[in-house]
Design a protein around this ligand. Structure first.
Ligand code: M6R
Length: 611
């Protein structure tokens, strides 16, 4: 939520900041702004996207060797020019950008108003900035000290970058709950919400931790905690190439990411799955193997698409490992005082590794003695760092707002985990274990085969693009895939969609069925096949339009459904990694047919770092 970029060094700052903002636009795109120092403080900001800002600044003097920039996902105050960041302080000397929410801003605003401060925006950010300036004035301290004092008095989440007209080479940055990466160059430093703005300049980065404050100058990076103690920055080498964050010839990141799945699933399995020797190497699980073996239960916390991966995992883990699993929305779990016993395992699933609700949920569970296992895509992210153990999904940067390749990566990791634990626990017969390992190994090839037929989905999408509503139904392992298909369609095409267990449909949603309602059945060949065929009959009897995702060789459903899409045969445990892909394509093609900006659908942001 909100992308932030900063630069200080010998180069022109504006082009670096603007390019960085374009890469971070997935985090929010309501309004954009930059602050530069050239003689005095210059702030340019505008409602809309980075491209709108670029148009707005044509002709302006943008020369500066220091700059901060922001792309916003609005929390406090509607998206408009006034509320766009950077904000400036009452003296006009300080400029600040912020990602997060200051929860006690209203009281601080009241106190500052009594002192005569007035505000030009509705944001919590402007309040924090003036609070800092007020502390600086009253305590006669430097800006760094004022920031430290202010941050100790606020509640909420933040990543802030500040520049000061009187100190024209320095950026002060701090974080709690919102990500901050600092790129270390030769005589220059780069700052960003993730590493993408600095990729072509440096591979050396520092992931700033919560409650840390950085004083960043061209030749100097000083890291401190809020107690003013100096911390040695831990430099990590980035393992990411520029090509990974570019569209590579595709029209949209979403389409690129859908088509990357044969290789991303392969990357996820590579070096871990050795079917020929019956081995799964997952060091994170191995290091905690006793905890998994002795676990009385596993709880999975996640949001959105990652939560759907958790639901699939519930079915797989219970089936193979015979350990009870509960799956929770992180946003509910964190507030509902759940019973957590020492030794309980909490699996947190997150693409970004920064989702605020998931992060706080596991922090709380950790305090209560749970063992935290993170399944995360973004390397070095907060969830990865606070987990006791974990496994990366290795899907590479996911930039399209709709999660696609991260989801199949999560399923691949969760399947490997379940198989490994089941083997250790002796809850899976050897023959089935071996068969499933080979099945898993063949998934990338099968994904490739079904993607070769993507145009068939485009034809279906054209046919149903005018729908106002849609129903997605599935049973067993495919029930969460029905939920995921509905979520994808909602976010990318703005069509109202509901996902339901197919049998549950009779308890209410069947009332929606008319001859214009598309009903998507995820009905691959599995142990529920006959049952779901009956459910299809029930819809057809009421004249609903049936689109079915089915297994090659199915001879029954093509005779019932209006449209079918075939996926290669697979064990039912693996089927979700195949059956979800036509649904990702369906939402993409419907979105495109309706003219939606599928990489940046309205109101959404890729990484939800506010609760
Ligand atoms: O980064 P996370 O996996 O923690 O994100 C969770 C959700 O915000 C995310 O899956 C969201 O639902 C996507 N837009 C779905 O496509």
């Amino acid at each position: 939520m909100c992308g932030i970029v900063g630069y200080t060094g010998p180069r022109e700052a504006y082009p670096i900041v603007i390019k960085g903002l374009k890469r971070l636009e997935y985090r929010g795109y309501d309004s954009t702004g930059v602050a530069l120092l050239n003689g005095g403080l210059k702030v340019y900001k505008k409602k809309g996207r980075v491209a709108d800002l670029e148009e707005f600044v044509v002709g302006a003097d943008l020369h500066s060797h220091i700059g901060i920039g922001h792309t916003r996902w609005a929390t406090h105050g509607e998206p408009n020019d006034r509320n766009a960041h950077p904000h400036t302080s009452a003296s006009g000397k300080l400029a600040m950008i912020h990602n997060g929410i200051i929860e006690n801003y209203a009281q601080i605003k009241k106190d500052l108003s009594k002192k005569g401060y007035s505000f030009t925006s509705d944001t919590d950010t402007e309040v924090l900035l003036n609070f800092i300036e007020d502390i600086k004035k009253n305590n006669e301290c430097n800006l760094e000290e004022a920031v430290r004092i202010a941050l100790k008095r606020i509640t909420g989440a933040y990543c802030i970058l500040l520049i000061d007209q009187d100190d024209p080479q320095t950026i002060i940055a701090a974080r709690k709950g919102s990500p901050l990466v600092i790129g270390v160059g030769k005589g220059e430093h780069f700052l960003g919400s993730d590493a993408s703005p600095m990729l072509e300049y440096t591979k050396e980065v520092v992931y700033v931790n919560d409650y840390e404050l950085a004083i960043v100058r061209p030749d100097e990076l000083i890291l401190k905690n809020l107690g003013n103690e100096t911390i040695t920055p831990f430099i990590t080498k980035l393992d990411m190439e520029l090509a990974a964050i570019e569209k590579g010839g595709y029209d949209h990141f979403m389409l690129k990411e859908i088509f990357e799945q044969p290789s991303t699933i392969h990357d996820c399995l590579r070096g871990r799955l050795d079917a020929a020797h019956g081995i799964i190497r997952l060091s994170g699980v191995q290091n905690n193997i006793d905890a998994f073996k002795n676990a009385k239960r596993i709880m999975i916390v996640a949001c959105g698409t990652s939560w759907h991966a958790g639901l699939v995992a519930e079915y797989i883990i219970e089936e193979l490992c015979r350990i009870p699993v509960e799956v929770e929305y992180a946003s509910e779990f964190r507030y509902r005082n759940p019973v957590i016993n020492k030794g309980d395992i909490i699996i947190a699933i997150s693409q970004s590794g920064e989702t605020a609700d998931t992060l706080v949920a596991i922090e709380k569970a950790k305090e209560q003695g749970a063992i935290i296992f993170g399944i995360v895509n973004a390397v070095g992210s907060s969830i990865a760092r606070i987990s006791h153990g974990g496994a990366y999904t290795h899907a590479g940067p996911e930039i399209g707002v709709a999660s696609t390749k991260a989801f199949t990566g999560q399923l691949a990791v969760l399947t490997m985990m379940a198989l490994k634990i089941a083997k250790e626990n002796g809850t899976i017969p050897d023959e089935r274990y071996t068969k499933l390992l080979f099945e898993l190994e063949s998934i990338p090839e099968k994904v490739e085969a079904l993607l070769a037929n993507a145009t068939a989905i485009k034809v279906i999408a054209e046919k149903y693009k005018g729908a106002n509503d849609a129903l997605f139904l599935g049973r067993g392992y495919n029930f969460p895939i029905a939920l995921e298909g509905a979520l994808k369609l909602k976010e990318i095409s703005y069509i109202h969609a509901e996902g339901y267990p197919a049998a549950e449909m009779k308890h209410g949603p069947i009332a929606l069925v008319t001859e214009t309602l598309p009903v998507v059945f995820v009905a691959t060949k599995d142990s529920y096949h006959e049952k779901i065929v009956s459910n299809i009959q029930e819809i057809k009897a009421r004249k609903g339009k049936v689109i079915a995702i089915i297994t090659e060789g199915d001879e029954v459903i093509p005779g019932l459904a209006d449209d079918v899409f075939f996926v290669p045969p697979a064990d039912e445990i693996m089927a979700p990694m195949l059956s979800v892909i036509p649904l990702q394509l369906l939402s993409y093609y419907v979105g495109i047919a309706k003219g939606v900006d599928v990489d940046k659908p309205r109101n959404l942001a890729k990484s939800v770092t506010v609760e």
